[in-house]
Design a binder for this molecule. Structure first.
Ligand code: GLV
Ligand code: GLV
Length: 330
């Protein structure tokens, strides 16, 4: 068994990253396919100097209390960190890391795949063929909106939102965006993107793709009222976080034809219960939170999360800290 700082790794991650941790630390790795149950997680982190968490592990005061005052770093294997109470970590001098950048294009690829699949009704077509319903070429069969030349509204115009815009450009789409503030002209010019208030973006877009962080402000951002602003022909794509969309309001909007279709990589809760009403709708496509799931990207996320963990336990600055303020006054 290796010596070195004691760490807990909350799931088996790709080998490149896992090796780095095991070689340098006294590491315990949760081998289960499912996340560690809360009580097991809390027991496993006791006395650790570093913990490598996933978005399924909640890091809050209880977690930090149980870990103990020697805890130096929480390295989240994700770009999103809504599972981590960052302020609580900062108060205790615990550095938090995430994995930005490496998953941008892979996530944008999936957002675009969902957009196209929902518009062109790919899952429905596949189900149609497999259930022996295909009799002939049908003039009215499985019609949907065009993707090319349509208007896309990107909500949250950060790294991933802009990568979606780049793809949309290739399809000759008109690009609208909304964010907390207007972006510099050079960013807008790169994509020919136009800033609009959310209400106007929703009213004009044929496709709405969500790329915001989950915060108190963005929880249920897409509620019944805002879904109502969308066109009845429009498609909603969510690869951000499930709670950004009110699931009950989405169900009603899809059922009642308020919007044409939705494609979700994320749901609220996750996993979505198999008897969730959304799964009864043909115009709702759901995949199991796989936006970053390319072999290459998950490998890069693993080395990045490992590098954050190792820097943290060595009292070095994390390569990609979420709370750089933790270093102020050190
Ligand atoms: C996945 O959802 C991530 O935040 O990396
Ligand atoms: C369709 O396959 C066509 O040839 O129009």
């Amino acid at each position: 068994m290796a010596g070195g700082p004691r760490v807990f790794v909350a799931r088996v991650i790709p080998d490149d990253g896992l090796r780095m941790v095991i070689d340098a630390c006294d590491a315990r790795v949760w081998e289960g396919e499912l996340p560690p149950p809360r009580d097991e997680l809390l027991r496993a982190i006791e006395g650790c100097e570093g913990v490598l968490t996933l978005l399924t592990d909640r890091v809050d005061d209880e977690f930090l209390d149980r870990a103990g005052p020697q805890l130096k770093v929480v390295s989240n294997y994700a770009v999103g960190f809504d599972n981590v109470d960052v302020a609580a970590c900062t108060r205790r001098g615990v550095a938090v890391g995430n994995t930005p950048g490496v998953l941008t294009d892979t996530t944008a690829d999936l957002a675009f795949a969902l957009l196209m699949a929902a518009a062109r009704r790919i899952p429905e077509g596949d189900r149609y063929v497999r259930s022996s319903q295909w009799r002939t070429w049908g003039p009215m069969l499985l019609l949907g909106p065009d993707v090319h030349s349509a208007t896309i509204g990107i909500v949250g115009f950060g790294r991933i939102g802009q990568a979606v815009a780049q793809r949309a450009l290739g399809f000759g789409m008109r690009i609208l965006y909304h964010d907390v503030a207007r972006l510099p002209a050079e960013v807008e010019d790169r994509y020919g993107a136009r800033f609009l208030p959310l209400e106007e973006l929703l009213a004009q877009a044929d496709f709405v793709s969500l790329h915001v962080n989950l915060t108190a402000e963005t929880r249920h951002l897409m509620n019944a009222e805002r879904l109502g602003w969308m066109k009845p022909t429009a498609v909603l794509v969510n690869t951000s976080r499930g709670p950004v969309v009110d699931p009950k309001a989405l169900f009603e909007a899809l059922r009642d034809g308020v919007i044409f279709a939705a494609a979700l990589d994320v749901t609220d809760p996750e996993p979505i219960p198999f008897d969730d009403p959304l799964l009864t709708l043909d115009n709702c496509l759901v995949v199991p939170h796989i936006a970053s799931a390319s072999r290459a990207t998950r490998g890069k996320m693993a080395t990045m999360a490992a590098a954050n963990l190792l820097a943290g336990v060595r009292d070095e600055r994390l390569p990609t800290p979420v709370n750089p303020e933790v270093y102020e006054g050190r």
